[in-house]
Design a protein around this ligand. Structure first.
Ligand SMILES: *Cc1c(COP(=O)(O)O)cnc(C)c1O
Length: 408
């Protein structure tokens, strides 16, 4: 590939104007939208309005007058459109870890008599940790079956209460076939929960049509909701009236403002909430969601795949010795491409010194995340040129690049 092909791709990119909606530091190429999405410019105005008018001037009236109380469901309905869920099936609440806990506990209650939770070894650690915590808390009544990817389907049987999988793997970027795995889980009478952290906002999805039982996902990656943005959780309508989740706080009550001593579950998606949410964080998140909704998700996926393909092609031409740790097949790859290198951390720091922001996942993975709404083909070209230089010259081999920071 040469630079003129890159320019052609840039010029014919139907999403090229979207980058203007984001604040992107001029001295950086940002390839870490899979860890923290860039800031939409409109967030500044929106959050200022929430601060100066809704909070400072209108105070508690904002809970009603500015929709603060219903914001989690209102934003949830917008996320539903992004992931193909029905209205009333998604709510924004808490963090992904808490939502996994609530959803899996609810699933276990729905599946009385079934005692196994199936997941993938090497799944994102918080998913494994929360499931291990549930196993410990339930003291032998439930067993966690964590197996290699190719063993997952075989491990689902008539003892399985729920299967917990992550749609796009955080390291390898491998995509699970959501339709097939959901079908197999259902054929054995198991429920399935999909974690959409690395796919929401970069892939079209149709979770209602696939009859998926539950999903969780985060707001701060490709949805550009800001650091610590609240997460979302979805439960299929057919399960909502029967489900019970253990953090049965007042926001999950049918009538929280009657202040009844007794718990009476909401009986709809509000039941997956627990308590008061951060309105500032919700407001910022809504701006990111609106931006995602302004793009055609099929175009987004097409560009995401093509950015990855161009990156892989350029790596093969320019850095042939590098080990690519993600699928070459576009359909099997999410929106990031990983490479494996024993000096991976030092290489990420050498890239950082050249203004290229990527991240490192121990022990040896460097992730290059492609956010179709603001990354360009030129970004990919410049990154591979820099990487080639860093590798060929040994520029990464400096003491200051090897001092590992807390967050990588
Ligand atoms: C980022 C991520 C999370 C984040 O969980 P939080 O509890 O919101 O911090 C969970 N699962 C996966 C797969 C992730 O990539």
């Amino acid at each position: 590939m040469d630079i003129s092909e890159i320019q052609d791709l840039n010029n014919s990119d139907p999403l090229q104007d979207k980058a203007r909606e984001f604040h992107l530091p001029g001295d950086k190429i940002y390839l870490d939208g899979n860890f923290l999405g860039a800031m939409p410019k409109a967030v500044l105005e929106r959050v200022q309005d929430v601060l100066k008018r809704e909070w400072a001037e209108e105070l508690i009236h904002s809970w009603n007058d500015n929709d603060w109380f219903v914001l989690p469901g209102k934003i949830g309905d917008k996320i539903a459109r992004l992931i193909g869920a029905d209205k009333g099936e998604v709510i924004v609440s808490d963090c992904v870890s808490a939502n996994i806990f609530k959803a899996v506990m609810a699933a276990l209650r729905l599946q009385k008599g079934r005692t196994k939770i199936v997941t993938e070894l090497g799944n994102f650690p918080t998913n494994l940790y929360v499931l291990q915590g549930i196993e410990k808390m339930l003291d032998g009544k439930v067993e966690l079956i964590a197996v290699e990817r190719n063993e997952v389907l075989k491990s689902i049987n008539d003892e399985t209460a729920i299967v917990v999988l992550t749609h796009v793997h955080y390291k390898s970027s491998e995509v699970f076939d959501m339709a097939h795995y959901t079908e197999v889980a259902h054929s054995k009478g198991a429920l399935i929960l999909w974690d959409l952290c690395h796919s929401a906002g970069v892939m079209p999805m149709d979770i209602a049509r696939l009859d998926v039982d539950m999903v969780v996902g985060c707001g701060y990656k490709y949805l550009n909701g800001g650091p610590g943005a609240p997460a979302f959780v979805s439960v299929a309508k057919r399960l909502q009236s029967k489900m019970e989740q253990p953090i049965s706080g007042w926001w999950s009550h049918a009538t929280p403002f009657l202040f009844d001593d007794n718990y009476n579950p909401a009986g709809d998606i509000r039941q997956m909430q627990s308590g008061t949410q951060s309105v500032l964080a919700l407001s910022a998140l809504e701006v990111g969601i609106d931006l995602a909704l302004s793009a055609d998700m099929n175009e987004v996926r097409k560009k995401s795949s093509q950015l990855g393909q161009v990156f892989i092609n350029l790596l093969q031409e320019n850095c042939p010795a590098l080990e690519i740790a993600s699928p070459a097949n576009d359909e099997k790859r999410g929106s990031h491409v990983s490479i494996r290198h024993e000096h991976g951390y030092a290489i990420t720091q050498a890239l950082k010194a050249r203004g290229i922001v990527v991240d490192f996942r121990a022990p040896d993975i460097i992730r290059f995340g492609f956010a179709p709404l603001y990354n360009s083909y030129q970004d990919i070209w410049n990154t591979v040129q820099a990487l080639k230089h860093i590798l060929d010259s040994g520029e990464w081999d400096r003491d200051e690049f090897k001092l590992q920071a807390t967050v990588t």
